[in-house]
Structure formats: C-alpha cells, structure tokens
Design a protein around this ligand. Structure first.
Ligand code: ADP
Ligand code: MG
Length: 455
C-alpha cells in the first residue's frame, strides 16, 4: 500500500458512500503506513477516527485488501502535530480558548457533527405543518439577542428536525462566524461524556462545552434513562442558560412526554419555546417533491416527469419525508438506467414495495369518527337507531365511505353500524351514489371526507 494507491481506492469509496459521506468522513483521513497487517490512517480528531472506524472500517478494509490481501486491521490515530488550530478537520472544528498543541489536546477539541450541505433554509419547503418551527428556527439563526431559551423542536421521524438544525448552524456560521456553534446528537454528547469520564478529562469536557455560544443537541430523547448523562446534560444546559447562550434541542416528542427523563430536566426543556413539526399534509408533500425534482435535475437534466406522478406520490406516500425523498431518488435512478421517462407505469413498477408499505389501512371507526365530526353529530347518534334525516344521511355517507375505502363486506359494515342488516348498508350506499350525481353539496362533502381520511 502507498499513499498514491490509497488515492485511487478512495475514488471507489466515493462511489459507494456518496459524495456527502465521502467529504465528511473519507476525505479527512490520510493513509500513513501499513505494516504487520495493520493499515494506519491519520485522522484530525479522535471523534472522527472513532466514527470512521465504527461505520466505514469494513468497507475501507475491503477496498484495501484488493490491493494488499495481507491487511487485517485498520488503525486510526491523531498525529501528534494536529493541535487545536489545525485545519485538517472536516466540517467545523470548535476551538477551545487556550491554544493547545499536544496530542492530548486534540482529543479534547469539540467537533461539531458533520453538517449536511443540503440541509439549508433554501432547500427547506415551508407549509402549514412546519411553518411555526421554521419561523422559530429562522429567528434563532439570526444570532441576535436570545429571546427564547431553549428552542425545543419536536416531531415524528423524518419531518425535518435535523434539517432545520443544520440550517440554523449553516446560517449562523455565515452570519456570525465568530460564534462558537456546536451541533451534535444526544448520542454524541453521551459518547463524549463517557469518553471524558474514562480518560479523566471531565474538567476539559465541562470547560469546552461551556465555552460554546450556541449549543444544538439533536434527538435528545436518546438520553432518557441514561442517568449520569442526563445529569451532565442538565448542568451543561443550566450553565449555558445562565450565560444567556442559545440552546436548541430536538426530540421525537414533547418534553413532557419523554419517558425516563427527570422532571427537572423536563421542566427546564419546557421553559423556552416548544414548537412541533406536524405530520405533512398533501400540499407540503407535493411542494417538497417539486423542490426535490428541481434538485434531481442537476444529476438528470434530460429526465422528464409526466404530470400526475408527483401528485400520485404525494397522495400515496404519507409516512415521512425521508421515504418520499428516497422514492424520488430511486425513481430518477431507475428511469435513467432503463432510459425511460418517469410516468405512472414506471412509478408503479419501480416503487411497488414502497407503495404497498405505505398503503394506509383506513378503519371503519376512523370513517365514523370523521363523518360524525364533519356533520357535527354525536358518534352514538350516527351508529344508534334514530331515523331522523339529520342522522340518517351522515350514516349513509359513512356507510358509503366504508364500502369504498375499506375492504369490509356489507354484513361486516352493517354490524359496526349498530348491528344493521347488510341490505340496509346496500341501500345506503346506493342512495349516496345517486345523490352524489345530483347534489353538489353531498359530492363536495364526500370529496372533503375522502381527502381528510387519506391524509
Ligand atoms: P428528522 O430529523 O425530523 O427525523 P430530517 O430532518 O432528517 O428528519 O428529514 C428527513 C429528510 O427529509 C431529509 O432529507 C430532509 O432534507 C427532508 N425534509 C424534511 N422536511 C423537509 C422540508 N420541509 N423541506 C425539504 N426537505 C425536507
Ligand atoms: Mg433527525
């Protein structure tokens, strides 16, 4: 193995791991030497070395072995000359106040987890479900006086929490380069904490953490149940709040709902601004898809997307944005491979598994609930025996929707409407079908309800 050879192998890794991971993790490591079956790489920080070792070691070793089959193991080491001020690190390096030059010091440099270049405000599509979270993120990204502390963002998987946090970090770095902005996941926080304990470097850990201007901790639910990490987090948190430093936290649920989180931590987390990212709606999904298509254009300038495809996807894939994005990426890759345009047929072929997985099972109960809400009547009245028109019509609408939107049989539906006979259900469905053609109001109700149920 030689440095030149590594340079070539690296290019192959680029293809496997993608540009982003490559820039963040592979590019910063440098081949130093290989002997006794061990290949040694120089890494700018211990953190990076550990990360690469945990996530890419197999892949790297596999590539190296094509060149030198005797290699058995990889080692990542921080070279002695890399100090706090070294520029070799990826993404951003946080520098402690006092310049340190020893190898030890390098271990204490706080590394911001790599920021995804694509996660900026420019690429974040704003819609009703996320407008508040977006506005709050924009505000803290201005880097002005701290008005709410912490900013607590929460929401389900894939709704854009990490995207917004990275966007804040990018923006702050641009506007306020003098600020020490530290972004990391709660898991990394714990990892560094444990490492500091093990290496007896708690003083350094505290000192460095408390010297940041903006601290962002992603997925804080991770520290629930991890008592000593929680404790340390709490102290760090308080120290920063006392100094009026901005803290931004994300989690998959509201502070009060995180199990195994101490009450004092919960209440601390709640004392700033808590905003949630709601599940996406159809309009937002469509907006995101349109914006992602524009981004795909860079890679596939010639691919046409037939009208209707994006609408179809926005309609059918309502789980989370990550799945939506993945579907689109696959669609483009597939279309370019087979040299066809992206139309409905190709979409169905290429995404059948995703589409099947995200097929939502709508239940009779859901329909009953939505319909009774819509007509402002009690659920019990809709299901019960009353024959008043104001109950009977909604009942028939609900029966009709159950027939159209679930796979339940007429007798089954009848049973769930207070034990009615299947002929009653059949009659109801027919009646609504007739009315739909004549009565604009009914048609509109049906359309509204169908959309609400499909969200
Ligand atoms: P979370 O951290 O909430 O699980 P992420 O921030 O990782 O979710 O988002 C998952 C993916 O979806 C990312 O690729 C992100 O860019 C994308 N995404 C989520 N919300 C939006 C949005 N509003 N506009 C554009 N992309 C989004
Ligand atoms: Mg996330």
């Amino acid at each position: 193995m030689t440095k030149e050879k590594w340079g070539q192998l690296r290019q192959r890794l680029l293809k496997t791991v993608g540009q982003n991971n490559y820039t963040n993790w592979i590019e910063p490591i440098e081949f130093r030497a290989a002997n006794d079956g061990i290949a040694t790489f120089d890494v700018p920080t211990t953190f990076l070395g550990n990360y690469v070792s945990q996530n890419y070691a197999d892949l790297i070793l596999h590539e190296l072995k094509t060149e030198d089959p005797s290699l058995q193991r990889l080692r990542f080491a921080v070279p002695a000359h890399v100090g706090a001020g070294a520029e070799a690190a990826p993404a951003a390096e946080q520098r402690p106040e006092a310049p340190r030059t020893s190898k030890q010091a390098a271990n204490n440099v706080l590394t911001t987890a790599p920021l995804d270049k694509r996660f900026t405000f420019d690429t974040f599509v704003v819609g009703k479900p996320n407008e508040l979270a977006h506005a709050a993120a924009r505000r803290v990204a201005e880097g002005g006086p701290v008005t709410f502390n912490p900013l607590f963002l929460y929401g389900g998987v894939g709704l854009g929490k990490t995207h917004l946090m990275h966007a804040i970090a990018h923006e702050l770095r641009e506007r306020r380069p003098e600020m020490n902005v530290l972004y990391l996941s709660a898991e990394q926080f714990m990892y560094r904490f444990v490492q500091a304990l093990r290496d007896r470097k708690m003083m350094d850990f505290k000192e460095i953490f408390r010297s940041v201007d903006v601290l962002m901790v992603d997925d804080v639910q991770f520290i629930a149940g991890k008592d000593s990490t929680q404790e340390e987090f709490f102290h760090t948190f308080n120290a920063l709040v006392d100094q009026n430093k901005q803290i931004i936290i994300s989690a998959d649920r509201a502070p009060g709902e995180i199990k195994d989180l101490e009450d004092r931590v919960k209440s601390r987390l709640q004392c700033g601004l808590v905003v949630d990212l709601h599940p996406t709606d159809y309009e937002l999904r469509l907006g995101i898809l349109q914006s992602k298509v524009e981004q795909q254009r860079v890679n596939y300038p010639d691919l046409e997307v037939e009208t209707g495809v994006l609408e179809f996807l926005a309609h059918r894939i309502s789980t989370n944005v990550r799945v939506l994005e993945g579907a689109l990426t696959r669609l483009f890759a597939f279309a370019s491979l087979v040299g066809r345009e992206i139309n409905m047929e190709l979409t169905q072929d290429c995404l059948s598994d995703v589409l099947r997985a995200s097929e939502r099972k709508i239940t009779v109960e859901e329909i009953q609930r939505k319909v009774s809400d819509h007509y402002n009547i009690r659920l019990s009245d809709m299901i019960g025996p009353k024959r008043l028109r104001s109950y009977a019509r909604p009942r028939q609408v609900a029966m009709y929707l159950c027939k159209k939107m679930t796979s339940r049989s007429l007798p089954e539906i009848g049973r769930r409407f207070g034990g009615r006979d299947h002929t009653t259900v059949m009659h109801g469905v027919k009646r609504i079908e007739e009315l739909k053609a004549q009565d604009g109001q009914i048609a509109e109700d049906l359309e509204l309800l169908r959309r609400a149920l499909e969200e």
